[in-house]
Design a protein around this ligand. Sequence first.
Ligand SMILES: N[C@@H](CCC(=O)N[C@@H](CS)C(=O)NCC(=O)O)C(=O)O
Length: 202
Amino acid sequence: MKLYHYAKSRSTRVLWLLEELGVEYDAEMLPFDPRAFRLADHLEIESYGTLPMLLDDVYAGSESIAVVQYLLDRYADGKLLPGRDSDAYGPFLEWLQFGENKLMDPLTQLLQHSAFLPEVERDKKAAEQARRVFKHFARAVDTALEGKQYLVGEEFSAADIVVGYALFLAEDFGVFPQGLGNLSEYYARLRERPAFKLATTS
Ligand SMILES: N[C@@H](CCC(=O)N[C@@H](CS)C(=O)NCC(=O)O)C(=O)O
C-alpha cells in the first residue's frame, strides 16, 4: 500500500489512521504548495491532483473519508469503529462526514482568506463569515463532548481522527476556536497520541 502525503494536508488523516492501526505502508512525502502543487505531475496514474492519494492492489482513493472507511473495512479487523449493529454506528458515520463537510468547508474558506490566497485576493468579510460558521460547528462538537472523552462512546475511534485533523489544522494556523472547554480538553487528549504526533509532523 502506498500513501502520497504532504504535510498538513488531508492525507494526515490517512497517515494517522495507518499508524493507529499498525498497518504496513510506504509513504511518499511531497512538497506543500497549495497554489502550485499538482499531484498529477508526480504520479504515473490518473489523479485529480489532490491529496490524499492511497493506492493498494485494487483501489486508488483520493477522498479522505472514503479512504478512512475503506481502510477500516479492509485492514482494521474491527478496530477504531463501533460495531455495525450498535447504536453508535450511525453517529460514527455522521461524525466522519461532519469532520469533512461541516468543519473543513468553513475552515478551508477561512484559511484561504486569511493565509493561502495572495493578499489582494483575500476578502475580510468572507474570512469573518467562515470563522463564524466554523465556530458554530466547533461548538456542536464541544456540546457533543459534554461528559465524554471521545465523540463515539468511550472509545477513541476513526471519527476522532477525522474531526481531530480539522482541529489540528485550525490550531496550526492560529484559528482554533476559543472558549470551548470540552473541545480544548479533547484536542489536548488527541495530541498526546503517538500516531497524532507522527502524522502531524511528517
Ligand atoms: N474532499 C477531499 C478534499 C481533498 C483536497 O482538496 N485536498 C487538498 C489538500 S488538503 C489538495 O490536495 N489541494 C491541492 C489542490 O487543490 O491543488 C478529501 O476529503 O480528501
